[in-house]
Write a protein that binds this ligand. Structure first.
Ligand code: NAP
Length: 293
């Protein structure tokens, strides 16, 4: 076995926030696999971390300090650095420092903060900084793994502005299929593939998963017993709220894990192509996860 084919053994994560970072930490711990959690000195995430678990190691580090991050990764012989940092609160620059430090420390794989709809070739939308960062990883020569999963099941009520309006609002017809995956399954999938799949299957790969393929109109039917379902031209949300933009993307199928940002086409088979790496897993649907069935 060549050195590059040796299974990944040592894992670290930056950005253990409540949405996806913490569930990824929990997924590693559930497999009894140690994980190093990097947090910024100002972090407020630590109170939710299962610090009593002996497999969890916590390290405070300044993401602006490349040598300090690099020394930390090297000291723990980290093979894989997972990023789940927020990209809306300034994490874009932080990821660049993390990547530089990872390269300097000999990290073998960088998992950038994706966990949404495909971003490769996205030159205009919210995916642009994610795509630019993936190009940066390539430019500095560190292998990467981009994971696309569509919208989290748990974010469906958010997308339809249920909390703010009391209704399930669909911009347009909502009849185009898109991809949806539950948060625990995204996290468990990532931990599973990183600890079981050969590096050659993962390095410089886009993995596309899909827990459920469905339309917003189908989800509206799930909410209909308790909520009015309405089709609207725009969501009645404050300026700057980007859910209307996301729904417009979903109206053309850009929320599918099989979406190609360059050709603007969808491929339903491709959307769930990565599911095969979690053989035998039964994926949960939105109704089941949200308790609507
Ligand atoms: N598919 C979906 O439905 C969906 C939904 C939500 C998010 N996502 C994706 O998941 C990823 C993570 O998003 P999130 O909502 O989980 O993020 P988040 O909760 O806002 O933040 C996650 C963590 O990022 C770190 N962080 C925040 N600002 C930072 C900065 N300026 N520099 C460095 N680190 C910073 C913080 O960790 P510390 O304070 O501990 O250092 C924070 O706990 C993003 O790529 C996002 O697009 C997908």
């Amino acid at each position: 076995m060549s050195a590059s084919e040796a299974p990944y053994k040592s894992f670290a994560i930056a950005g253990a926030g409540p949405h996806i970072g913490l569930p990824i930490v929990q997924a590693f711990l559930a497999l009894n696999v140690p994980i190093l959690v990097l947090v910024r000195p100002t972090s407020t995430s630590t109170s939710t971390l299962p610090l009593a678990d002996p497999n969890l190691k916590l390290a405070h580090v300044d993401y602006a300090d490349t040598p300090a991050v690099s020394a930390l990764l090297r000291a723990h012989s980290v093979d894989v650095l997972i990023s789940a940092v927020s990209l809306v609160t300034g994490g874009v620059g932080a990821q660049t420092v993390l990547a530089d430090a990872a390269r300097d420390a000999g990290v073998r794989l960088f998992v950038p903060s994706e966990y949404g709809t495909p971003t490769r070739g996205d030159k205009s939308g919210a995916g642009l900084p994610k795509d630019q960062f993936a190009e940066y990883l390539t430019s500095i020569g560190i292998p990467w793994l981009r994971l696309y999963c569509g919208l989290f099941h748990e974010f469906v009520p958010w997308l339809a502005a249920v909390e703010e309006t009391g209704k399930f609002l669909i911009v347009g017809k909502g009849e185009t299929p898109n991809s949806f995956t539950s948060i625990p399954e995204v996290a468990q999938y990532l931990a599973h593939v990183l600890t079981t799949a050969p590096p050659s299957r993962l390095a410089n790969t886009e993995l596309r998963i899909e827990g459920q393929r469905a339309t917003l109109a189908q989800f509206g039917a799930l909410f209909a017993p308790s909520r009015t379902v309405a089709h609207v031209d725009a969501l009645p949300l404050p300026a700057g709220d980007f859910r209307g933009f996301v729904q417009a993307k979903f109206e053309i199928g850009a929320g599918s894990s099989g979406w190609d940002c360059v050709t603007e086409t969808d491929d339903a088979e491709l959307a769930r192509s990565g599911n095969a790496l979690w053989e035998g897993h039964r994926w949960a649907g939105v109704g089941e996860v949200l308790g609507l069935q």
